[in-house]
Design a protein around this ligand. Sequence first.
Ligand SMILES: [Zn+2]
Length: 236
Amino acid sequence: MSRKNRVPLSDRVVTAAEAALAAQHFVSAIDVLTGIGWLDSGAVERWRRGQIDCLEEVIQTGLPGISEAMRLFQAWATARGLLPSETAYVDRTARRQILRFSRSGNPAIEAAYRTHWVSPELSEKKRERMATKASRALELVVIQPLSTEWTCHRCGGTGDLLMMEKPGPACLRCVGLDDLAYLPAGNALLTRRAKANSTRHAVVVRFSRTRRRYERQGLMVEPQALADAQRDREAR
Ligand SMILES: [Zn+2]
């Protein structure tokens, strides 16, 4: 056991799980594995974007360790009286594929990873709303910042558009969306066609100071998809 890991695994699992529960009223396996330092959020993000075959590939320990942490997590959640809620994990690409956690693909193991443990203190309605929100695959959201005084946390650069990641804003080149073309909102038919033709897309939003909320500005789509949609329109 290295000096860094002198705290027993069971304590580390409980600390990570309690922190996540306090912050969001539910805990997932990903929260725990991230909380104990076996998984970094960048890797989770790549996995959610469909760039990694299965999550276990990027967990920084072997299968025995993972199984032990999962067992401790479930024992804690059960003892704590939390309610299991199976959550669909779908990748954040236009393909919306079911994400795989384990190398084995064993259904019971997959289900254990997918299960969110929810605080029983929440009302049933709130729990339902939370489950719906978690299950809905998040759309990729690109932000048009109000000022260009921001720095990409990965490369130190800046730009007209950014994506928020856990550590901070990232430029489109770093998140791998810089090849997409911008299509401003306003033409519903063109937007719908370009989106349908594009295997990847992202919604562009901008914060409105007067309305105090993010508002949709347009869409990022593959340039070819946009060109095809424009040609279709002209052909009519
Ligand atoms: Zn960058």
